[in-house]
Design a protein around this ligand. Structure first.
Ligand code: ARG
Length: 563
């Protein structure tokens, strides 16, 4: 039973308001002694021309005794509902156990497609820690949307186009070390790219050569294209090693180059609508009516740019996927770019411009610069993930050397710990990365949540077979009720995460569940309790494990069985 919806139904039957609207307004009171749900009467005050506290009092008197409600009380302008604990507890545990991985699922997205453009690194450039946010926020948004019934298209909009490929071809022909290219492609491509720039300082001829190669590439020259394809394929292969560690997959690698032949149509459309304005030889779209700087679409040398390809990509996505939402997970440093992009689409008359969303995020900072770095100041994601696994392994060796399948646990815990750090606060906040907070078993951390699951599973194993039935009416403590309330609200947290495009809402919710379970565990015996209580608490433990595992999965974190 969806208790919130039931309560909303009761309210809706008493006032002139749709159930959905009531649900939107409903809150969870800050203290348990104020009830389980609260309905604020302030909006009704305007329509009913009465003070909110009077409305709340009248409504409280009208709420009949009801199977799921113990009582309703007015408190100021709020109407507070106290659920019938017995019914709520029984129903919630039963639902979690029955629905398993599907618990918290909602059909709201059925029949709708969401495109998510995420990760989107640049070919032949290092995959650094800054790409982690996009990769992981995008990856969890995908899972969260799927849990709400949406169909999701995962798009990696690779940076695989531009004049730098002319330089790379030139550098490749002069200096490439073939063996190194096979072994560590991106490193080698970066090396020769850097060398190109060093050499070009004394030898300006190189720039001309690079321009000529880029022209060849654009004109479809076979050799140039074959080389470009090789750089691209080698880069993807290397990116995929990291994606594999993070369990991230894509449906499409249609990057910038994919839109080469699709920009002409966009430019024609812009011309038709008379949106292109001449400016110092370049062609721009004036966005002053939106208080934005002009959007440069064609440079003075006639070449297109990043945003031109994004215009083509947006139209392509609408036509191909008929998206309900078209999402871009890219750092807030590109906010202006996306704002301009969406406004140009709007001026072009595409009503779906309103469905395009930029999900920004802050920077990653390293207060302890002891992180290993190979190249200057870029911190490679691969190295951070590897170090996380090594550090976890060292901890396991120290704390639990007899653990079976240590490698598996070290991977799931180490990588999970890094992911958690990226999803623990709201997106806008910069991430301050420290090993101390990341690989930590006590605080708000991935290992802490995983450990709670492992603890629960260990209790269940010691108990043997899970009893088939249990009488939940014996679960009467506040610790138990608070824990079960959090389990009951899991679906709401998934929905909220989707609506706010904030996976951390799920992170925070399962962390609260873990804390509530540990509090319950410290205060109450499970295996040593009297038979009926033990059985009910085992069911509760199983339910907690289910929800933690599902929640972790939604934020791309795996759950070890032992650690
Ligand atoms: N390749 C770009 C970068 O690394 C990100 C691309 C984001 N997606 C897009 N459609 N513009 O900065």
């Amino acid at each position: 039973m969806d208790f919130k919806k039931e309560v909303a139904g009761i309210i809706s039957s008493l006032v002139d308001m749709e159930v959905e609207k009531v649900m939107e307004l409903m809150e969870v009171p800050p203290h348990a002694n104020m009830g389980d749900y609260a309905f604020p009467c302030f909006q009704l005050a305007k329509v009913m021309r009465k003070a909110p506290n009077m409305i709340a009092a009248e409504l409280a008197a009208k709420v009949q005794t009801h199977a799921i409600i113990e009582k309703a009380e007015a408190a100021g302008g709020y109407l507070n509902f106290f659920l019938n604990k017995n019914v709520f507890i029984g129903d919630t545990i039963k639902r979690v156990l029955e629905q398993g991985e599907k618990y918290g699922y909602n059909s709201m997205g059925e029949g709708k497609t969401i495109t998510i453009d995420f990760s989107s690194p640049n070919v032949a450039k290092p995959f650094h820690i800054g790409h982690m946010s996009s990769t992981i926020i995008g990856g969890s948004m995908e899972k969260i949307f799927r849990h709400l019934g949406f169909k999701v298209e995962r798009i990696n909009h690779l940076g695989d186009y531009g004049t730098q490929f002319g330089k790379l071809i030139s550098a490749y022909k002069r200096w490439v070390d073939h063996e190194a290219l096979e072994k560590e492609p991106i490193n080698e491509l970066l090396r020769i790219y850097v060398k190109f720039h060093e050499e070009a300082e004394n030898n300006p001829e190189l720039e001309n050569e690079a321009r000529a190669y880029f022209k060849q590439l654009e004109d479809g020259d076979k050799e140039a294209i074959a080389l470009w394809e090789r750089f691209r394929a080698l880069s993807i292969k290397e990116f995929e090693q990291t994606y594999k560690k993070l369990h991230i997959e894509f449906d499409s690698y249609a990057g910038e180059s994919f839109y080469t032949d699709k920009m002409g149509e966009i430019i024609d459309m812009l011309e038709d609508k008379k949106l292109l304005v001449e400016s110092n030889g370049a062609r721009i779209v004036d966005l002053s009516e939106f208080n934005l700087p002009p959007c440069l679409v064609i440079k003075s040398d006639g070449t297109t740019i990043y945003v031109t390809r994004d215009l083509a990509a947006a139209l392509y996505r609408k036509r191909t996927y008929d998206f309900h939402k078209n999402i871009y997970v890219v750092g807030t440093t590109q906010s202006l770019h996306f704002s301009q992009l969406f406004h140009v689409l709007k001026l072009m008359g595409f009503e779906w411009a309103k469905d395009c969303v930029h999900i920004g995020f802050g920077l990653v900072k390293f207060p302890d610069r002891k992180l290993s770095t190979r190249k200057g100041d870029v911190v490679l994601l691969e190295e951070v993930l590897d170090e996380a696994v090594q550090r976890t392994m060292a901890l396991i060796e120290q704390k639990n050397p007899d653990l079976k399948d240590k490698e598996d646990a070290a991977k799931k815990v180490g990588i999970g710990a890094v992911i958690y750090t990226f999803l623990k606060n709201n997106r806008d906040r910069d991430i301050v990365f420290s090993w101390e907070d990341t690989i930590n078993f006590d605080g708000d951390s991935g290992p802490y949540v995983q450990y709670t699951y492992v603890r629960g599973k260990s209790i269940l194993r010691r108990a043997g077979q899970l009893p088939e039935t249990a009488d939940y009416s014996v679960l009467t403590s506040d610790d138990e009720f608070n824990l079960i309330k959090l389990l009951g609200a899991f679906g709401d947290s998934v929905k909220e995460a989707a609506e706010r495009y904030e996976p951390f809402v799920v992170t925070r919710h399962i962390t609260e569940i873990a804390k509530a379970y540990n509090k319950f565990y410290i205060n109450h015996p499970i295996l040593n309790a009297e038979e009926s209580i033990k059985n009910a608490r085992l069911h509760l433990t199983q339910a907690v494990c289910n929800v933690i595992k599902t929640g972790l999965k939604l934020i791309c974190i795996e759950t070890p069985e032992y650690m």
